[in-house]
Design a protein around this ligand. Structure first.
Ligand SMILES: N[C@@H](CCC[C@H](N)C(=O)O)C(=O)O
Length: 277
């Protein structure tokens, strides 16, 4: 990575994705953090900006290799983003010539490593199942043949419905209604999952602040935790999302998520774009 100081005139960024969950990444370790809600929203515009599901900002850290801050494409902040964490960790491991890194997010300290098969794993930490920290859900939105949803926190909120057929769910219609239900004052990510086998789930997602995405790492972790708590699966599952496959392992030390990452391009924002904000 290029470590020249950032200034609004030379705002460099990378574009990466994990299973089509796509990210703009800004390395602000050597300068001021340039990101504001207006910049996040303008950059996230797929027609007039660059387009992304999340913007990840790399910041310095004292007791870890780096800190990560996340923004949704609507300009709101997110406390966790599993796939962006895997992408940036991959980048940092290459940069540092290492096979493992530690990082801070709003959630606290996390760790990531490269597996022997080249896939990148991140420990997303323990799920938050504290009834005071997450709403206890009765059935805020009736879905045909779905039981009561499960709320799981992974540093961000998730509301998971188990359904017979995930393909049949109107994600675009139900997702925003549930995201904005008064039960969730900070809004929520919404997952619709179907059991394929005791070690295999199919999941579709509506992300808070971003809409339908091809994958959601924290959502996949939350869904695997919810499926295990409901007695549907063991602690190790594969989850098929629209963009491909993630592997989730709920261990003693946290929920591990493993999958591929991809670098797309590196570019510099034009001064005209920055001046238009
Ligand atoms: N794509 C993400 C989740 C991003 C944050 C989410 N939209 C929120 O607002 O909490 C992931 O891979 O975890």
């Amino acid at each position: 990575m290029d470590h020249a100081p950032l200034s609004p005139a030379n705002l460099r960024f990378l574009k990466m994705h994990g299973l089509g969950n796509d990210f703009v990444i800004i390395d602000a370790r050597r300068g001021e953090n340039p990101v504001t809600p207006a910049l996040a929203q303008a950059l996230g515009d797929r027609h007039r900006g660059v387009g992304f599901d999340q913007l990840a900002v790399i910041l310095p850290a004292e007791d870890a290799d780096f800190t990560l801050e996340f923004w949704n494409s609507d300009g709101s902040k997110a406390g966790a983003c599993g796939n962006a964490t895997r992408c940036v960790s991959d980048l940092m491991m290459r940069d540092l010539g290492r096979e493992a890194v530690t990082l801070f997010t709003e959630r606290g300290q996390l760790s990531a490593c490269r597996r022997a098969d080249g896939l990148v794993s991140v420990n997303m930490g323990a799920p938050i199942l504290d009834a005071k920290a997450i709403p206890v859900l009765a059935d805020p939105m009736a879905l045909p043949r779905a039981g009561a949803p499960v709320a799981v926190g992974m540093g961000n909120p998730h509301c998971i419905y188990f359904v017979e057929d995930a393909e049949a769910v109107d994600v675009a219609g139900l997702g925003p209604q549930i995201e904005h239900d008064p039960l969730f004052p900070a809004r929520t990510n919404v997952e619709f999952a179907a059991l394929v086998a005791p070690d295999h789930l199919r999941m579709r997602v509506w992300e808070r602040g971003a809409g339908i995405t091809l994958a959601c790492g924290s959502g996949t972790c939350a869904t695997a935790v919810a499926a295990h708590l409901k007695g549907l699966t063991g602690r190790h599952v594969i989850v098929d999302v629209d963009g491909g496959r993630l592997e989730i392992d709920w261990r003693e030390d946290g929920v591990w998520m493993t999958g591929p990452t991809a670098m797309v391009f590196e570019a510099t924002l034009s001064p005209a774009f920055l001046a238009s904000l």
